[in-house]
Ligand binder design. Structure first.
Ligand code: NDP
Length: 245
């Protein structure tokens, strides 16, 4: 792995699952990390375990632009720059539309879609000024395929891909790279966000049968970051070998 040592990386949703796994791998490769999520106790425990320093954990709700800005500005104030933002925070409360889970729809739009936009919005002033940077957004297989119960989640993840492609084109004059990573079933706490017991039962069984370790996602992040500065990995779509969908 190259080009990771000393890079300043902000990760949203670093308190569990894919974000935590990315933090572990990037810390091992010598990146300077700033971790955001709402569960500060989990972030602080991870930061302590990885020897990231006292100020690496920042309580952040990505549905609030000001909080995301504080997270990113804190990374720049601490380390003098930001090289990468991993817009990873998300949730997946699948349900049939006919059940009218308006609160779940709102949360997915607020966290998965607007939270990603807020991460982009907070990082861009620094990256365009630096004339360098790398924005890594997390979509999903659901950003490529929709099925019953996943309509709203798939819509948010499709939107993340669309925004990433528009951003990629706009960033050419600024030397900022844009990657969107679309995982299949990966072990994490994601299914805990499902509020409909019958849907959760099905998803839990699917994950139990198919999910691959969160380190697989971390490897994809590291692969994109490792490329020479003139190579821009735009899309990564990966699944468990056993996953048909
Ligand atoms: P987890 O539930 O394990 O992690 C989700 C993370 O998002 C947590 O750290 C959580 O932290 C954070 N988060 C949720 N809401 C907010 C918020 N309002 N503000 C800040 N952080 C928030 O699931 P994953 O690790 O699986 O999910 C990470 C990303 O990967 C998501 O975008 C998900 O959609 C995507 N993904 C996951 C797949 C999988 O199979 N696991 C497949 C495809 C995509 P906290 O609660 O502390 O705020």
């Amino acid at each position: 792995m190259q080009n990771i040592q000393d890079k300043v990386v902000v990760i949203t949703g670093a308190s569990s699952g894919l974000g935590e796994a990315a933090a572990r791998l990037l810390a091992a490769e010598g990146a300077k990390l700033v971790l955001g999520a709402r569960r500060l106790d989990r972030l602080q425990a991870l930061a302590a375990e990885l020897n990231l320093g006292d100020s690496a954990a920042v309580e952040t709700d990505v549905t609030d632009f000001e909080q995301v800005k504080v997270l990113v500005d804190h990374a720049v104030a601490t380390h003098g720059r930001i090289d990468v933002i991993l817009n990873n925070a998300g949730l997946m409360p699948h349900s049939l539309l006919e059940r009218g889970k308006v609160e779940d729809w709102d949360r997915m739009i607020d966290v998965n879609l607007k939270g990603t936009l807020y991460g982009i919005g907070a990082a861009l002033p620094h990256m365009t000024r630096q004339k360098s940077g790398h924005i890594i957004n997390v979509s999903s297989v659901a950003g490529h395929k929709v099925r019953q119960t996943s309509a709203v989640y798939a819509a948010t993840k499709t939107a993340v891909r669309v925004i990433s492609e528009g951003l990629r084109m706009e960033m050419k004059p600024h030397n900022v790279r844009v990657t969107v990573i679309s995982p299949g079933a990966v072990e994490s706490e994601l299914a805990d966000s499902i509020t409909e017991p019958d849907v959760k039962k099905n998803i839990d069984a699917f994950y139990e049968a198919n999910a691959i370790p969160a380190s697989t996602f971390a490897n994809m992040v590291a692969f994109a970051m490792s490329q020479p500065a003139d190579v821009d990995i735009n899309e990564i779509l990966f699944r468990p070998t056993s996953q048909e969908l």
